[in-house]
Write a protein that binds this ligand. Structure first.
Ligand code: CAA
Length: 276
């Protein structure tokens, strides 16, 4: 892999888009490598993923403008499909994915973060869909996911005006769950950079997810994602099936058993992983 780093620490896997010289812009090779990395995640051991960009300045500054500049209509559509296919794989990945947004998240960068379950960002993050200024529409799901994540009116305003927004505004409109700042001491010196503080926060959140019953967490992701696509009558049936699916699993027996036995130590134990 030239542009993707993948490391596993316990039950948490971290994928880093590593093309810092181009602010981690997504060309075809990055997308192919990301796809292959997702295929190689060991779902028997990894329970939560973190997605981030290399360096302090940029998460992902968008799709690669150089590569796109000479595409024909058919090639443009195929490039959109390539991105959409990988982002959809991320969105429907069986385990939760946290985007740790460390700077610019523009165009395809904002779009890939929206394919993740949860977004947290450093306070230097900048979000936006600047595509109309380049003569194109957002092409990796931006018109669809931004309108679903924030209000349709706000999504339309951001997309039509190509205006970038800072972390605080992204938080205000519900695009990110948490904004993380550098830690400074009393003398005003930075003791933990914004990127390190962001990664610490992402790892803490991921570890909190990873210690829950894994089948239950996976089923929650599926229930929320699939339920949002249908009307409420169908959505609650999706929930019922996934709720029922948890019963008789080792996780459910251990989780409820620990509670009923009032065994605090046992209760704190990581619920054993049961692969289906
Ligand atoms: N594609 C290709 N290269 C990019 C890039 C991109 N999206 N974004 C940055 N780079 C490259 C620059 O060309 C530059 O390379 P060189 O050093 O070889 O010249 C390097 O990264 C550093 O960038 P800058 O010198 O521009 O850095 P800056 O600090 O002055 O500006 C920035 C940072 C505001 C993010 C600016 O780079 C920028 O505006 N980038 C483009 C952002 C953008 O428009 N993204 C949307 C792309 S379209 C898209 O994503 C479509 C889709 O939905 C699929």
């Amino acid at each position: 892999m030239d542009f993707i780093l993948y490391e596993v620490n316990g039950a948490v896997g971290t994928i880093t888009i590593n093309r810092e010289k181009a602010l981690n812009a997504l060309n075809s090779q990055v997308l192919d490598e990301l796809n292959a990395t997702l295929d190689a995640v060991d779902l028997n051991t990894v329970r939560c993923l973190i997605l981030t960009g290399a360096g302090e300045k940029s998460f992902v500054a968008g799709a690669d403008i150089g590569e796109m500049s000479t595409l024909t209509k058919a090639e443009g559509e195929a490039f959109g499909k390539k991105g959409n296919d990988v982002f959809r794989k991320l969105e429907t990945f069986p385990i939760p994915v946290i985007a740790a947004v460390n700077g610019f998240a523009l165009g395809g960068g904002c779009e890939i973060s929206m394919s993740c379950d949860i977004r947290i960002c450093s306070d230097n993050a900048v979000f936006g869909q600047p595509e109309v200024g380049l003569g194109i529409t957002p092409g990796f799901g931006g018109t669809q996911r931004l309108a679903r994540l924030v209000s349709p009116g706000m999504a339309k305003q951001l997309i039509y005006t190509a205006r970038n927004i800072k972390a605080a505004e992204a938080y205000r409109i519900g695009l990110v769950n948490q904004v993380v700042s550098a830690e400074v001491n009393e003398a005003g010196e930075v003791v933990t950079s914004a990127k390190d503080a962001l990664m610490a926060a992402a790892n803490k959140m991921a570890a909190g997810i990873a210690q829950q019953a894994p089948i239950a967490v996976r089923n929650c992701k599926k229930a929320i994602n699939e339920g949002l696509q249908v009307d409420m009558d169908k959505a609650i049936v999706i929930e019922e099936k996934l709720f029922g699916d948890c019963f008789e699993t080792e996780d459910q027996k251990a989780g409820m058993g620990n509670f009923l036995e009032k065994d605090k130590e046992k209760k704190l134990k990581v619920v054993p992983f049961q692969n289906k």
